[in-house]
Design a protein around this ligand. Sequence first.
Ligand SMILES: [Zn+2]
Length: 171
Amino acid sequence: MTSCVFCQRSELEPRVFFDEGAWYALLAAPPFTRGQTILALKNSAADCPTSLTIQHLKGLDVAIARVVEFLHRHFQPKDVLIASLRGRDPHIHFHLMPLWEVEEQEWRQQSHREKGHLFEFLGYVETKAKLRVKTERMEHGWSEERHRAEAAVKLQPDVAALRVLTSYGSA
Ligand SMILES: [Zn+2]
């Protein structure tokens, strides 16, 4: 499956900051929320890995724990949400989403939700991110690809700092 974005790692390389065992991680561009990270299984065989087999998930425990720790150290979010749907991109990957106190407080004031309602909060974050992306594209007349490239440039200071933490590329 050559069209798989996670099998063609070279195109993602400018955003990659972690590579250990069978897993690699990169910052999402444009992110839903600051620090959104994708942890993907490396493509070691000829086929794109799409099934959640025990073989495929080997080393996931260590990889998630390590990357979440690096995200806490660099971004210092309130918490990190871990999610995986693999809808549009069936290649096994996980989204690690830093959750931000400020964003949550903003939403709680608007929604009058004092606690809980995580999925409603995520819906709010997604709607806000989509509006931000749409506005930026319209302002600059960018295509989706151009926008992703511009977002990737903006992420470079974070990628550089994370690479120092993870010793990426120094092995
Ligand atoms: Zn793939």
